[in-house]
Design a binder for this molecule. Structure first.
Ligand SMILES: [Zn+2]
Length: 834
């Protein structure tokens, strides 16, 4: 059970550079030494919070690299509810990106990553609401499962379990659940079914990792009574890697690119504060492990291993790490002789990594293609090379999951490569590569993961591997390698990806929301992509019977794997308003395929394949528009332009650098994408042109920006101040402050029901102070809060209109929320009204 988990938890200590996420990391002599020291420490800490980026990377790095503890971070969610600063992916796809960012962060700071099934459903103002939506019992079960599996000596909470409501509800909920679990994990009556796979576990103590920002200011924190807190000096320097702890922490933090968390490293003394909240207090000690045996003596038969490792450490030769290999191999065989035990598994894996690093033993299995289909045969190139004088023999290679054993019996002589090829046969039933937590349909609050063993695993589960069995100094050691694909990029150089198992064919309805303003037919584009060579079949578009699709299907033939064809179906909607789901289905022989392949590919994370149902939402409703031409200025990335095209508008994507009065001549309305004034520097120089555009009689619509740094102090022609005001209850009642205002009446009559069925949130970062030139149109608030009136404010400027809105159009339009379409059409038509 645990073996599988640990296969994904290679800990690479302080890798000096992360160039491309999935490249194998190669340890230098100093890094190997640190890893050997870590082998000799048997203590563990689990840090618990709610989101990717909640974790204190400074403390995690310190615990992992200075104390040399096994350090885990359990992020209850994968961060689906956040915003995205590097692309237009939202919800579950953003969760996939943020999962990978956390995995990269841990490779840098030396921690290990875990998740629960909790879904980040968006901002929540208190823990009670959060626990209701999450399903408290299930998340409690996941935390206890992780504790029983990880067996932490110490648990550290990022948030305070005693308060609720002064931070994100997910934050307080994470702390409350973690606090409850401290004793429950050791209670045999709690989730007893787990005990078939994991044992009871009692952590020794639990802390709350407080910080000045929970006190409101540094001054207040300086004045606070900290006598009951443990102070940990985390500002240490690691000469073997040439970095301070804070510099490593900053690199780790910078992995959160989608959240814009680039960080500058610092140096010098720094203190972290830990307030004991459970278990044995240890205030007069400097170590969180006080009184806990963190040596090999803590396990039966461990003492000789600890003694041997001490010898290895004292005799370590920085100019020749391979001199340690005979003793390391001996330590490996001693560990194998131990009774089955938590540490046995972990340390064996670490030790194998150290042995290969010390001896320059490089083992790799490279597929000829990056994608393969079930039932096909994958050509693999194997490379095995020992770059030391240590005597080694490649005994055999075994392929997984098909368990084919191929004897080798080849000497691995210093710096002589042993290359070979083999064909790996994939079974027809092998799973497609995809995030396991998205395979089944979840709820708003929780992913569905039906295999309990997978809960907690951070990453995609990759099954295709090669196990190289190497005889080192008379001891057989199996080294497992996931099959990769390599290519050369003329600019970036060697590129690594994993082998992905893909369907034989995938299809995609290019627009995910299709609007039918009247009963005329529309052409719908469907793309078919071949997962293997020479596929022949039929593609059809399925809709309820009152939607007429023509033709019924298209036959197709694609001869090359990876190639695509696009087909256009004519769809005639019913007369009356209706919503339906269109599904594209490919049939080949008697098999049908209904998956859409989504590739997420950024340089800072491993390339991800997500398979979703190939579907789109078709909406027949009466939307009135006035065919304006829209100039759209992209911010950090959103799907609003696609939605505007669906609404029937002509869209011109404007390059902000090239905006001139002349270029705007044929445009009626300028819309800025989300966070444009936080990120698009060129806008600072173009404000005069844009404001003149408004003054001369046109409309400008600015979507939400986050408070903080703006590219210009004057984002509007009149003063306004962006605040943290938000309405996170997506269906909060909306009051009309100006019921007769054109934006609520023309060309579409807006009613309160148009604010029902919104997704995730109503809006965010509303202006809370604005010039009297602005007319606030709407008012709403979350339960128990004061009214927020800045969601939509409109100002007449010259002959035109300037509109600022924090309403979440960027979420609602791509989800096909009809009320949001109507309101957007009215904002665009404001000028046409007069
Ligand atoms: Zn958070």
């Amino acid at each position: 059970m645990q073996k599988r988990l640990f296969q994904f938890l290679f800990i690479f200590f302080l890798s000096s550079q992360i160039i491309q996420a999935q490249k194998p990391q190669k340890l230098n002599s100093g890094e190997i030494y640190n890893q050997i020291q870590k082998l000799n420490f048997l203590g563990s800490v689990l840090y618990i919070a709610a989101h990717p980026d909640d974790e204190n990377t400074q403390l995690i790095s310190f615990l992992s690299n200075n104390i040399k503890a096994r350090t885990g971070y359990l992020s209850l969610t994968r961060g689906d509810g956040g915003q995205n600063q590097i692309g237009s992916q939202l919800r579950d796809l953003l969760g996939v990106i943020r999962t990978q960012e956390l995995i990269e962060a841990r490779k840098i700071d030396g921690g290990e990553q875990f998740f629960s099934r909790a879904n980040d459903f968006g901002f929540s103002k208190n823990a009670e609401e959060t626990l209701q939506i999450w399903d408290k019992q299930k998340i409690l079960s996941d935390i206890i499962w992780t504790i029983r599996k990880f067996q932490p000596d110490v648990i550290i909470n990022r948030f305070d379990h005693r308060t609720s409501g002064n931070t994100h509800g997910h934050h307080s909920a994470s702390a409350k659940l973690s606090f409850e679990c401290f004793n429950l994990a050791n209670d045999p009556t709690v989730f007893p079914e787990q005990l078939n796979s994991v044992a009871l576990w009692q952590p020794k103590r639990q802390f709350y990792n407080t910080s000045w920002w929970f006190y409101g200011s540094k001054e207040k924190f300086d004045a606070a009574d900290k006598s009951k807190m443990l102070k940990v000096q985390t500002g240490v320097y690691y000469p073997l890697v040439g970095k301070s702890n804070q510099e490593i922490s900053a690199l780790s933090r910078t992995s959160h690119q989608s959240q814009g968390y680039g960080s500058i490293g610092s140096r010098g003394i720094e203190t972290e504060y830990l307030e004991p909240i459970n278990g044995d207090a240890i205030l007069d000690s400097a170590s969180i492990f006080e009184g806990i045996d963190t040596s090999w003596n803590r396990i039966k038969g461990g003492k000789p291993i600890g003694d041997l490792l001490k010898t290895i450490i004292s005799e370590y030769d920085f100019t020749n790490p391979s001199a340690s290999v005979p003793n390391l191999a001996k330590a490996y065989s001693l560990i194998q002789a131990l009774d089955e035990n938590h540490w046995k598994e972990l340390k064996s894996l670490d030790l194998k990594n150290i042995i290969s690093a010390c001896s320059g033993l490089y083992l790799e299995a490279v597929a000829q293609n990056q994608e393969a289909t079930p039932g096909s045969s994958v050509k693999l190139k194997l490379e095995a090379i020992n770059r030391s004088e240590v005597k080694m023999q490649l005994v055999s290679v075994r392929t997984l999951p098909n368990q084919e054993l191929i004897m080798q019996n080849k000497e691995l002589i210093n710096n002589i490569s042993q290359n070979s090829t083999l064909d790996l046969q994939l079974s027809e039933s092998i799973d497609y590569t995809q995030p396991y937590w998205l395979k089944e349909k979840g709820t708003e609050g929780i992913y569905t993961v039906s295999d309990q063993k997978n809960i907690g695993i951070p990453d995609i589960i990759r099954e295709v591997k090669v196990v190289f069995l190497v005889l080192i100094n008379g001891i057989e050691i199996p080294f497992e390698r996931t099959v990769v694909f390599k290519s050369n990029d003329n600019i970036k150089g060697e590129m690594y990806n994993f082998l992905d198992i893909v369907p034989e064919v995938t299809s995609s309805i290019l627009d995910k929301v299709l609007l039918f303003n009247d009963s005329k037919s529309k052409s719908i584009a469907v793309k078919v992509k071949a997962g293997k060579d020479d596929i022949k079949g039929n593609i059809s578009l399925e809709l309820p019977d009152n939607w007429i699709v023509s033709p019924k299907n298209f036959p197709f033939h694609i001869d090359k794997k990876g190639n695509e064809q696009i087909f256009y179906f004519d769809v005639t909607p019913p007369k009356l308003a209706e919503e339906a789901v269109a599904k594209s289905i490919v049939t080949i022989g008697n098999k049908s395929y209904d998956k859409d392949q989504i590739i997420i590919d950024f340089d800072h994370i491993t390339k991800q394949q997500v398979l979703k149902p190939a579907e789109a939402k078709c909406i027949r409703f009466d939307l009135k528009t006035n065919s304006e031409t829209i100039g759209y200025i992209m911010g950090v990335g959103d799907e609003v332009p696609k939605s505007l095209t669906q609404m029937g508008y002509t869209i011109m994507l404007l390059n902000p650098e090239q905006i001139t009065t002349e270029k705007l001549k044929n445009i009626d309305v300028i819309i800025t994408g989300v966070r444009a004034y936080n990120t698009v520097q060129a806008l600072a120089k173009k404000q005069d042109i844009l404001f003149d555009f408004v003054k001369n009689g046109k409309t400008m619509l600015v979507q939400y920006n986050a408070p903080g740094t703006f590219v210009t102090p004057n984002i509007a022609p009149f003063p306004l101040k962006i605040s943290l005001d938000r309405v996170s209850e997506e269906n909060a009642a909306v009051r009309f402050l100006e019921p007769n205002h054109p934006v609520l009446n023309y060309p579409n009559k807006i009613s309160q029901t148009d604010f029902q069925g919104w997704k995730q949130e109503q809006g965010l970062y509303y202006p809370n102070e604005f010039d009297k030139a602005f007319t606030p149109i709407l008012s709403s608030n979350d339960k128990g809060e004061t009214p927020k009136n800045g969601a939509l404010i409109v100002a007449k400027y010259g002959k035109g209109y300037y509109i600022y809105t924090g309403l979440s159009f960027f979420r609602e339009l791509p989800e096909g929320v009809t009320g949001a379409f109507k309101l957007m059409a009215n904002l665009i038509s404001l000028k046409s009204n007069n």
